[in-house]
Design a protein around this ligand. Structure first.
Ligand code: ADP
Ligand code: ZN
Length: 218
């Protein structure tokens, strides 16, 4: 079966890391709205300049903007290739927009994973997180260190800290998540798509837990 998944969960629970690894293993396309937006801000496009301040404050970008980025990616995909939507939808409104896009393309989701972790885990992970400025690969100073300090294993570029991983912004991101995105858990539960993953453990264990559930879906 072609996997078409949505990943929910608070910032720092490890959505992006788990999605990255699963996409490599199963040849899926990872559609990370956060990454797509950071590419825009990095390139200094009109859209990027528009969303930069909102992102750096820990709030959400307008639904229509992210929806368009996602729709463009999904259109390129074709029916045979699966995907993980990592960080979209994040509001009930976005979930409705996504349904419209998928209906139009004749595609159907087959799972919504809620990647959960405690506040303590989240803060520890976000404050130690670094990522490659060029290819986006994610590291953690303690938990997933690069082979050579400060350098990407894959492409040797410099590792950077995201502006929104600073302590003052982490708090706002958690609040935004609770207010706007947590209600989606119930939304997908009612659709019979929800799988909850306790992601407080080690990355490999968390991935194994998702793989076990995927084995049942596939
Ligand atoms: P995290 O999930 O760890 O907060 P992301 O990289 O997924 O990090 O997202 C970073 C920022 O990008 C968010 O704080 C928000 O400003 C913006 N963003 C990403 N996805 C969406 C979305 N679906 N809707 C609105 N804003 C988004
Ligand atoms: Zn890299």
């Amino acid at each position: 079966m072609v996997l078409r998944l949505v990943f929910l969960g608070p910032p720092g629970a490890g959505k992006g890391t788990i999605a990255q690894r699963l996409c490599e293993a199963h040849k899926l396309l990872q559609i990370s709205t956060g990454e797509l937006l950071r590419e825009e801000t990095g390139r200094g496009t009109e859209l990027g300049n528009k969303v930069k301040a909102i992102m750096e404050s820990g709030q959400y970008v307008e639904d229509e903007i992210v929806a368009e980025l996602v729709e463009n990616k999904l259109k390129e995909l074709g029916e045979e290739k699966g995907f993980i939507l990592d960080g979209f939808p994040r509001t009930i409104k976005q979930a409705g927009i996504l349904e419209g896009i998928l209906n139009k393309l004749g595609l159907k989701l087959n799972g919504a994973f809620d990647i959960e972790a405690s506040d303590e885990t989240i803060i520890e992970r976000l404050s130690g997180r670094r990522s490659c400025g060029k290819c986006g690969k994610i590291y953690h100073l303690k938990n997933i260190p690069p082979k050579e300090e400060g350098k990407c294993d894959k492409c040797s570029s410099v590792l950077v800290q995201r502006n929104d991983d600073k302590p003052e912004v982490i708090k706002t991101r958690l609040e935004t998540y609770r207010e706007k995105t947590a209600p989606l858990v119930k939304y997908y539960e009612e659709k019979g798509l929800l799988k909850v993953i306790d992601a407080n453990g080690k990355v490999n264990e968390n991935i194994q837990n998702v793989e076990t559930i995927l084995g049942v879906i596939e």
